[in-house]
Design a protein around this ligand. Structure first.
Ligand SMILES: NC(=O)c1ccc[n+]([C@@H]2O[C@H](COP(=O)([O-])OP(=O)(O)OC[C@H]3O[C@@H](n4cnc5c(N)ncnc54)[C@H](O)[C@@H]3O)[C@@H](O)[C@H]2O)c1
Length: 254
């Protein structure tokens, strides 16, 4: 028996990396999956992987930074499967990094906030009414440990992720009494196409577990949050970071 047998799950950013790993794992655990991405090739490839393993999935093209597109993605999923049990608002971008706050343009800030923070907000805004009508559901949002601690040169990204952590608490506080749980995942360093261009600059030896996460490391936590195994957890921001945030980085001389 799968942990998500018969459930309908929608995952944004499922055409690559963590979102894809989550879509494949959710399907293996019995869910029917709406694979959402703004890039059709990646999304369709995820659907093909699920179908090749005899799972059920559809691809829905959407840009999470656009309210109308997110509304349509939720409606398309509900029309196809009749309900929506889990929304995993995962799509996100890094945007411009390396500039101190006073040098960031309004365009750079808007791009990241619109995708990361408003994208998650729109997902909640359009999925929650459906979940209320059907008597419950689960919201999972992807934040980051960079929503909990600063990274110099990363203001748009870090601020967007801090906003997602607070948004998750807002949703949990407003809707948990209606059987809608909301939690967010705060990954540390995960080896995906998102960070591949910079991967070599990270000091892997500063991570207590001494390796980057794999997409599956994060997908397994998403599965836990999607399933009844986490029935009493809501409003939480769960660090999945190999111990990064547990340790003060005071480097000692050799
Ligand atoms: N990789 C890491 O180290 C790491 C760490 C912390 C948090 N995260 C978060 O994980 C998420 C990204 O996942 P990933 O690392 O698997 O990256 P990824 O780049 O492999 O996948 C991101 C997917 O999101 C899609 N996407 C981007 N903008 C979109 C939009 N506007 N509408 C719809 N789809 C869109 C992309 O096309 C891509 O398929 C982001 O929210 C990111 O902040 C990643």
């Amino acid at each position: 028996m799968g942990k998500l047998d018969g459930k309908i799950a929608l995952i944004t950013g499922a055409g690559s990396g963590i979102g894809r790993a989550s879509a494949v794992l959710f399907s293996r655990e019995g869910a029917m999956v709406a694979v959402v991405d703004r890039v059709p090739a990646g999304g369709q490839e995820t659907v093909n992987m699920i179908r090749a393993a005899h799972g059920e999935a559809i691809f829905v093209e959407a840009d999470v930074s656009k309210a109308a597109s997110v509304e349509q993605m939720v409606q398309t999923t509900a029309r196809k499967y009749g309900r929506l049990d889990v929304i995993f608002n995962h799509a996100g971008i890094q945007g411009a990094i390396g500039l101190p706050t006073a040098d960031i343009s309004e365009e750079d800030l808007d791009l990241v906030l619109n995708t990361n923070l408003k994208g998650v907000f729109f997902g909640c805004k359009y999925a929650i009414p459906l979940m209320l009508k059907q008597g419950g559901g689960v919201v999972i949002n992807t934040a980051s440990i960079l929503g909990q601690a600063a990274m110099a040169g990363g203001t748009p990204y870090c601020v967007s992720k801090a906003g997602i952590i607070q948004l998750t608490k807002q949703v949990a506080s407003e809707y948990s009494r209606f059987n809608i749980r909301a939690n967010c995942i705060c990954p540390g360093l995960v080896r995906t196409p998102l960070i591949e261009p910079y991967f070599e600059v990270f000091r892997i030896d500063t991570i207590p577990i001494a390796r980057a996460a794999t997409p599956d490391d994060i997908a397994r936590v998403a599965l836990f949050l999607a399933s009844d195994d986490s029935a009493y957890i809501t409003g939480a921001a769960i660090a999945v970071d190999g111990g990064c945030t547990a340790e003060a980085k005071l480097l000692l001389k050799e």
